[in-house]
Design a protein around this ligand. Structure first.
Ligand SMILES: [Zn+2]
Length: 156
C-alpha cells in the first residue's frame, strides 16, 4: 500500500511525543514569532541608516542591502568600505543577554522562563553584522562550555 500524499510536510511524531523536542519546537516558533514584534522592528530600525543601508552598532561596518548596482557604486565612492549583500545573509538580530543563560540549558528551563527572554525589550536587542554575530556566538559557546565544566566539577 502506498502512503497517501497530502502535499503538506508533516513533522515526525517523536517531536510531539518527546517533551524536550516539543519545547525546542515551541522555542523556535517563539523566535520566529518575535520577528513580528515591535521590539524586533525597533532594534532593527536603530541600525538602519536609510537608502537600504544598515550600520552594525558593534563594529561600525556599513552594509548596502539594495538591488541597485548604480546606487551601490555611487555610495562606494563616499564609503569605500561599504559592503553589499542580502539583508538576511548579512545581518542578524541578536539577544544581547542570550535567551538561555550561559550557566543553564534549554533542557532545565521551562517555557514560562524562556518566553519572556525571547520576547524581550528592544534594549536587549541589537541588529548586528554577520561577522560580529558569529564572533559573539563563538564566545558564548566557550562560556557555556566553561560553565558546564564548572558544574561537573562542583558536583564531584
Ligand atoms: Zn559588526
Amino acid at each position: 500500500m502506498t502512503k497517501k500524499k497530502t502535499g503538506r510536510k508533516t513533522t515526525k511524531r517523536d517531536v510531539f511525543e518527546d517533551p524536550q523536542k516539543l519545547k525546542g519546537r515551541i522555542l523556535s516558533l517563539m523566535r520566529a514569532d518575535f520577528k513580528k514584534s515591535p521590539m524586533y522592528s525597533e532594534a532593527k530600525a536603530r541600525s538602519f541608516e536609510g537608502k537600504a543601508v544598515y550600520k552594525c552598532p558593534n563594529c561600525g561596518t556599513r552594509i548596502y542591502t539594495g538591488a541597485s548596482d548604480k546606487n551601490y557604486e555611487k555610495m562606494l565612492l563616499e564609503d569605500p568600505k561599504l559592503k553589499r549583500g542580502k539583508e538576511s545573509k548579512m545581518l542578524n538580530l541578536d539577544h544581547i543577554e542570550s535567551i538561555v543563560p550561559y550557566n543553564r540549558s534549554t533542557k532545565e528551563m521551562t517555557l514560562d522562563e524562556l518566553a519572556p527572554r525571547v520576547y524581550c525589550n528592544e534594549n536587549n536587542m541589537q541588529y548586528i553584522c554577520r561577522e560580529c554575530h558569529s564572533e559573539k556566538t563563538s564566545i558564548e559557546a566557550t562560556l557555556r562550555k566553561e560553565a558546564r565544566a564548572k558544574k561537573k566539577k562542583d558536583k564531584k
